[in-house]
Design a protein around this ligand. Structure first.
Ligand code: FPP
Length: 238
């Protein structure tokens, strides 16, 4: 476990959990098996991160673009979401982790929506780390919704378009009331945001590792924090 007295622990960490498919391919296994191991890792690493002092953890589980994958893979992912959400209800209670979901849940099947709502409901009074799971989340879609909302408010005379502030936009995003991410980690070696937290990441530190998501363990997270501690964050200042 990371020595908290030695390192500054970021308040909000977000992770793009990439590389499940390649992990499976390397082992000549179906992609769905990679997702299964990825889902197991989701539970394990979330519990670890909750003990490091991170206040908010946002995980990118399914994007608005992931529906384009073959139906078989989408179905496998939906099955894993159900199974691992059920399993995590107990695990996360022990760790006092509060679970919330961001994204458009209305597109999921009724059983999964029920599970999403239940996971939030049972965890609502917990005081530990906030786990934000992005499912059917897309940042452009999120910004579009905020713009539509502001336009409607302007049309109804509730807001003066000339006086709209950056804060007015932030507070209409799924992440309203949350601090912006300090650190965004991407596993699987690519250097892109893939429609994740575009507005919120203006001053986030980006960390990319070759490690594929099912292999991203405690020490890999610690390494990301050590690297984060070397960064000189200026937020546009000097
Ligand atoms: C990207 O790997 C991963 C996903 C699209 C799914 C991520 C989901 C999980 C890890 C399960 C989380 C479970 C819960 C309950 C939240 P990829 O398929 O794009 O990998 P590749 O780039 O190697 O093909």
């Amino acid at each position: 476990m990371l020595d908290k007295t030695k390192y500054h622990i970021p308040e909000h960490v977000a992770i793009i959990m990439d590389g499940n498919g390649r992990w499976a391919k390397k082992r000549a296994l179906p992609r769905s098996v990679g997702h299964k191991f990825g889902a197991q890792n989701f539970r394990k690493i979330t519990r670890y991160i909750s003990k490091t002092g991170v206040k908010v953890l946002t995980l990118y589980a399914f994007s608005t673009e992931n529906w384009k994958r073959p139906l078989e893979e989408v179905n496998a992912l939906m099955g894993l979401f159900k199974q691992y959400l059920i399993d995590s209800l107990t695990d996360f209670r022990e760790d006092d982790i509060k679970v919330v979901f961001i994204g458009d849940r209305s597109a999921f099947d009724p059983k999964l929506i029920e599970l999403i709502n239940e996971s939030e409901e049972v965890a609502k009074d917990r005081k530990g780390m906030l786990l934000n799971i992005a499912m059917n989340y897309g940042s452009r879609d999120e910004i579009l919704r905020a713009v539509k909302q502001l336009c409607n408010e302007a049309k109804n005379g509730e807001i003066d378009p000339e006086k709209i502030t950056e804060q007015d936009i932030s507070s209409r995003l799924y992440t309203a009331n949350l601090p912006d991410p300090d650190l965004i980690i991407r596993t699987g070696g690519e250097f892109r945001l893939s429609n994740f937290l575009l507005y919120q990441s203006a001053y986030s530190e980006f960390y990319s590792t070759e490690t594929l998501w099912p292999d991203f363990h405690e020490e890999d997270f610690d390494n990301a924090i050590i690297e984060f501690n070397k960064r000189n964050r200026r937020f546009g200042g000097v």
